[in-house]
Design a binder for this molecule. Sequence first.
Ligand SMILES: C[S@@+](CC[C@H](N)C(=O)[O-])C[C@H]1O[C@@H](n2cnc3c(N)ncnc32)[C@H](O)[C@@H]1O
Length: 552
Amino acid sequence: MELVGLLRRIPDGEFWKTPGVPVICADHYMRFGQRALALMQCSFYVPSSLVAEEADPAKVRIMVATIPEYSQKHSGAYFTPDAVCAALVAWAVRKPSDRMIDPSCGDGRFLALHRNSVGIEQNPISAHAAIERAPGALIHEGDFFTWATETHERFECAAGNPPFIRYQSFKGEMRRRALDLCLDLGASFSGLTSSWAPFIVATAGLLKRGGRMAFVVPAEIGHAPYAAPLLDYLVQSFAKVQIVAVRDKLFPALSEDCWLLYAEGFGGNTDAIDMTVVDNFLPARTPPKPTLRVDLDDWRKVWNRRLRPYLLPASTRSLYAATLDRSDTHRLADFASVGIGYISGDNQFFHLRPSEAKKLRIPTNFLLPSIRNGRAMPDTQITKATVAEWARKDEPVLLLRLARDMELPKSVRDYLDSAPGREARLGYKCRNRAPWYVVPDVQIPDYVMSYMSGRGANLVRNMAGVSCTNSVHAIRVRDKALAAKLMPGWSSPFVRLSCELEGHALGGGMLKLEPREAGRIAFPAVANRTRAETEALEDAITVMQRWRHYAD
Ligand SMILES: C[S@@+](CC[C@H](N)C(=O)[O-])C[C@H]1O[C@@H](n2cnc3c(N)ncnc32)[C@H](O)[C@@H]1O
């Protein structure tokens, strides 16, 4: 995707309003075709920092990815399929006189379904598209949180699809304003929240008493830590809250799964979340009937404020919860610590093949075999034979392990001063440590666990004293007796299900376990299960794998 056309140097933050001078952002051009040309002539924001110093400012081509505000990924600009918009608006709007808001209206596809509506959109191209598409609606171009802080308007209903902007990009003044506004409304988000959750809270704050809202939400609502304050806010602010978990993709082109949120009776509260678990979205004017009621006490105390476990049959949840309740069931963090491995700063430079080490004459006491990623992990344990096999295959697994104030032999000094060494020291991590060649936090873990997994997480015992990078988890056992008793249960159906419930879907069928999540994996002492119980646990693993699209 590239930005094509004529650029002019303008001060940051100003809009470029030069009719007749087309600037076309390729991703929007593909979306709107010729219409984009006309729109672009009206206004386009080009931060002056993007105009390359050395280039002729009048004629430059810049990758649109360098315009974070408007790149599709950074602004979360993924527009909703018509059938989904129609279903949400049909439910939210009860009377023609109902005033509806879409806080991030994109090209106006929700607004076009109801004349009496208001949309806010920060991207001028999309805002103009919305004006064309929904002529009956009132459209404000700008940041929703600024607008929401200042407006006195209140609405009967809201519908939309808020932008999913991760915390790394959802930052600065906009995030501060969003989080302050949510705090005023009674929802406390940390700086790690993605943008969609504050969008929903801030929109709820604009509803009249008794108001309703219907939104597309990322399936992260079922597991993300920041989904918990959102759900807490919703149950304290609405008489009825319903989540529709949809297994098939609402947006076939996206790796992100989406669910639907319906909330009504603003100003009320509820002690349960209605949940509907369906395989696919079926267009209808009302949400599908709830298939279960999520008791908030259970959600908080048993399920760590996650909705994902409710994808399982109630009988399996009870079996799992009863095992969790036993005093001889322990979380991994009860007897071991889960940390990340070292960050070398330049994996290629710091990991040598045995043949390279030999050629460079690096003494073996400066080299430590290491697991570089999950793919390199054997099935159950890392033994001397595993390391010998790596050496036979001449794998790049030998970490150059140097310590501060160490006397370095000439061969090592020569390698550090070689062309790859001079390049490695310029990298971010190396630049910010002294001396640049000492890789910090190199540990010898007792076990190594995969961080991202396909079929299931892998745990291997480290019998060979190898180290590991941060692409896998480094497990250090604190209570050896408990570990010896429980760790052999790793491949049991209960522990595998626990990995599915404590971890989360990453997209592409992968299961991701953050260190915090891995620490919660539950190990029961019970080994004997009835055949029916074992089958129920195995079925539950298959259900969770299907929800993360493993082997779809
Ligand atoms: C997921 S899209 C949804 C658009 C539309 N509601 C739909 O579903 O088709 C999110 C939209 O939010 C806009 N957006 C991102 N940050 C915004 C902000 N702070 N204020 C207003 N709109 C914003 C993006 O430009 C994008 O058009």
